[in-house]
Design a protein around this ligand. Structure first.
Ligand SMILES: Cc1cc2nc3c(=O)[nH]c(=O)nc-3n(C[C@H](O)[C@H](O)[C@H](O)COP(=O)(O)OP(=O)(O)OC[C@H]3O[C@@H](n4cnc5c(N)ncnc54)[C@H](O)[C@@H]3O)c2cc1C
Length: 255
């Protein structure tokens, strides 16, 4: 009986669904949020992703993973796609898709890199580039819950981008929720007058925002593979317990 229920839920997640693009927002010149209507969507947790499948007229088909940007209880599903300049799929999603176009997707996928409403510990979010997407879903989920329940455990976000123009969700992050501290870090070009010179994430950057080990916080790190591995190593060096650091790698390059 329990087995049948589990396989039924798995079947739902593995089923390809047809989504319709019903809205879009430009987040940066190379990044766009796609607002999708997905009939029969089973719901998701903040941090999960979907698989998107594109099929050409000649039958050629390819698929990629995209994190869900929207909070769990929205009627529509949002994905934010950053264009990889020589990429096969992301330029199409970030630029070419127009309202009314259809996409195949399945999910939600993932059960480890998630923030659940019942978590009460402090949280550190560390994002490199488009790695902000699932972390934004966590911020949005917390905001929704906080509106219903009142103050929740605090979140801190350290968001590493190449330059100020690369910051996604800027308006939302510049008006942060109570209990959310947002810190930006620039690797190539910082805003004028910014005290920290542009450069790669350092131990000092993380030490300035990390919760003390005694806080038993959970840390979520997401971004390009090199960024994630570097950040996780630094966090462990700072005394964070490895089993309290959850990571999600988006792509092959360093940050
Ligand atoms: C779990 C998961 C969630 C993801 N969520 C998101 C998301 O929310 N938003 C988003 O924009 N992307 C996300 N990605 C990355 C996404 O799946 C694709 O890898 C990305 O869009 C590039 O696809 P492409 O077809 O354009 O490039 P490809 O044709 O696959 O690759 C083209 C070139 O770019 C390099 N490349 C591939 N991926 C990346 C990358 N991520 N960064 C830098 N270089 C890359 C390749 O090595 C290759 O040289 C996620 C990946 C995973 C595994």
């Amino acid at each position: 009986m329990a087995r049948a229920a589990v396989s039924g839920r798995l079947g739902e997640r593995l089923r390809w669904r047809v989504a319709t693009l019903v809205g879009q927002r430009e987040e940066t010149p190379t990044t766009r949020t796609l607002v999708l209507d997905v009939p029969g969507w089973p719901g998701h947790l903040a941090g999960q992703h979907v698989d998107v499948r594109l099929t050409a007229e000649d039958g050629y088909s390819t698929q990629r993973s995209y994190s869900i940007a929207s909070a769990p209880d929205g009627a529509l599903l949002e994905l934010t796609v950053q264009q990889v300049s020589d990429g096969e799929v992301s330029p199409y999603l970030a630029h070419d898709l127009i309202a009314g176009d259809l996409l195949e997707l399945r999910g939600p996928v993932g059960g480890w890199f998630v923030w659940r409403p019942e978590q009460t510990e402090p949280v550190l979010l560390v994002a490199g580039g488009s790695g902000i997407v699932p972390l934004m879903a966590m911020i949005r989920a917390r905001r929704q819950l906080q509106m219903q329940l009142g103050p929740l455990a605090p979140f801190r976000l350290l968001y590493s981008v190449r330059s100020p123009g690369d910051r996604m969700y800027l308006a939302e992050l510049q008006a942060p929720d109570p209990g959310l501290d947002v810190h930006f870090l620039y690797t190539r070009q910082a805003p004028q007058g910014w005290a920290r010179p542009p450069g790669r994430l350092t131990e000092a950057d993380l030490a300035a925002v990390a919760w003390p080990p005694s806080a038993q916080a959970t840390t979520y790190v997401c971004g390009p593979t090199g960024f994630v591995e570097h950040a996780a190593d630094l966090l462990v060096g700072l005394g964070q317990a490895p089993d309290r650091i959850r990571t999600e790698r988006f792509g092959p390059t360093g940050g």
